[in-house]
Design a protein. Structure first.
Lengths: 306, 140
């Protein structure tokens, strides 16, 4: 099983491979007709041991637009894991029926177990609070499309920087590109974990931390908002205290650059006011669309088709 | 106190004082059919106090395990009462089924039949990360 490529963490892909994926996604957007049957008779298994809307829909749409088929389940209760089946056994079984697997599991490291046993490529579609590499691919693709390059910009990461896995993965990915400056916008209680701060220091990049979103906005080329996730907090009281720390409103965008882009991994709760949606700088729904195209490129790449 | 020398076997020297019993159990020396002596709190010129284990048998030793427990340990291999070689085991790159992941959200907490596996991230501090969930384990 050594020759099969899997995607567990974003760092499993080299910068050259990321470039290739984004170029393929660009080509899919430009020439969708060239791809509409490219995965005919191929099957994607979406094994979602915990519920997800966006990620599963995105993978399903991606495979359908490539002319392939999709099978799977969207909660553990619908699978044999409810009967006590191991992840390894479920993956081996799914490999008998599908050509590629996208799996989401509440336990961290479950895709590593799956990849060790799988006869087909495994895509980690999220393992608890650990990794979510296709979200990072989505973020990179959106930046690539909107900014023309990845690098030479100032990115503000706002909200839950402590528990937010999307932020951690995005930083890890961006650290491999030149000329990125970082502004970390979070309350003291939700600042970046020490090991990520150490990574930023070790990389020698320019970065600083602030607690005011308003103060940071004028210098940003990209504003990446995140939700304060209730499920990651140890107590309800702590969540209540911090849940509305940052709310982006339309009036706050007045001093922002004309070409700043606002990203969000979704779902949002109230950290971005709906008034912002009509602003041309709001790119979070475009970002969801890019998620489909980059997943199409990823499926093709891991299947060895493109 | 007088402990006899060994004929053929090992002297594990410079074990951190107080760690001798842990090393003894990790290496399953209680199951070895040979004379094994643990000397605790011996005086050491280098480290002040140390533990020593003497094994009077030519058994296979897990050097990875010794390197993980304490990289200051020196293993002296003795044959026919002569010191044949000194070995300084290093912390191993991968540690399998020695320590357990403490993260309750790790897949190892529920999945049956998978090994507990950690990879070395810092040899100096002997820090390891779980290969599944990346939880850091650092020897105190």
């Amino acid at each position: 099983m050594g020759d099969i490529r899997h995607l567990i963490n974003i760092t499993d892909l080299s910068v050259e491979e990321l470039k290739h994926l984004m170029e393929t996604a660009d080509d899919i957007i430009a020439h969708p007709e060239d791809y509409q049957n490219i995965c005919a008779h191929k099957k994607l298994a979406t094994l979602f041991f915990e519920p997800s809307t966006r990620t599963r829909l995105s993978f399903t749409a991606a495979m359908m637009e490539l002319g392939g088929n999709v099978l799977g389940f969207d909660q553990a209760q619908s699978s044999s894991s409810a009967k006590g089946e191991t992840v390894a056994d479920t993956i081996i079984m799914a490999g008998c029926y599908a050509d590629i697997i996208a799996m989401r599991h509440p336990k961290e490291g479950a895709p590593v177990v799956g990849a060790a046993k799988s006869s087909v490529p495994i895509i980690n579609a999220g393992d608890g609070g650990h990794f979510h590499p296709t979200q990072t691919l989505t973020d990179l693709m959106t930046i690539h499309r909107k900014k023309g390059e990845i690098g030479n910009f100032t990115v503000g990461l706002c909200g839950d920087l402590k528990y937010g896995r999307t932020v951690h993965s995005l930083i890890e990915a961006l650290l491999r590109y030149e000329g990125v400056k970082y502004v970390m916008i979070a309350p003291e209680e939700l600042r970046l974990p020490a090991y990520i701060r150490e990574k930023l220091d070790a990389a020698g990049v320019e970065w600083h931390e602030v607690t005011s979103l308003e103060d940071a906005i004028p210098e940003l080329d990209i504003l990446y908002m995140t939700r304060i996730q209730q499920e990651r907090f140890p107590s309800w009281e702590e969540y209540e205290k911090l849940k509305d720390s940052f709310i982006l409103t339309r009036s706050m965008l007045a001093p922002a650059k004309e070409d700043m882009i606002i990203l969000h991994p979704l779902p949002r709760v109230n950290e971005i006011d709906v008034d912002v949606d009509d602003d041309p700088r709001a790119c979070y729904f475009y970002q969801a669309l890019m998620g489909k195209y980059i997943r199409m490129a990823l499926i093709l790449y891991l299947l060895g088709i493109k | 106190m007088n402990i006899d020398g060994i004929n053929t076997g090992y002297v594990l020297d410079h074990i951190k004082a107080g760690k001798g019993i842990e090393v003894y159990h990790l290496l399953n020396l209680d199951k070895v059919d040979a004379t094994v002596a643990i000397i605790q709190r011996a005086t050491s010129g280098k480290y002040g106090l140390k533990d020593i284990i003497k094994i009077d048998a030519d058994i296979p030793l897990d050097y990875d395990l010794i390197g993980y427990v304490d990289s200051k340990i020196t293993v002296n291999y003795v044959k026919d009462r002569e010191l044949v070689r000194k070995i300084k085991p290093e912390p191993p790159e991968v540690l399998t089924n020695v320590i357990e992941c403490t993260n309750p959200r790790c897949i190892t907490s529920v999945e049956r039949g998978i090994p507990q596996r950690f990879r070395l991230v810092d040899g100096e501090t002997r820090s390891y990360r779980c290969v599944y969930c990346d939880t850091l384990f650092r020897e105190k």
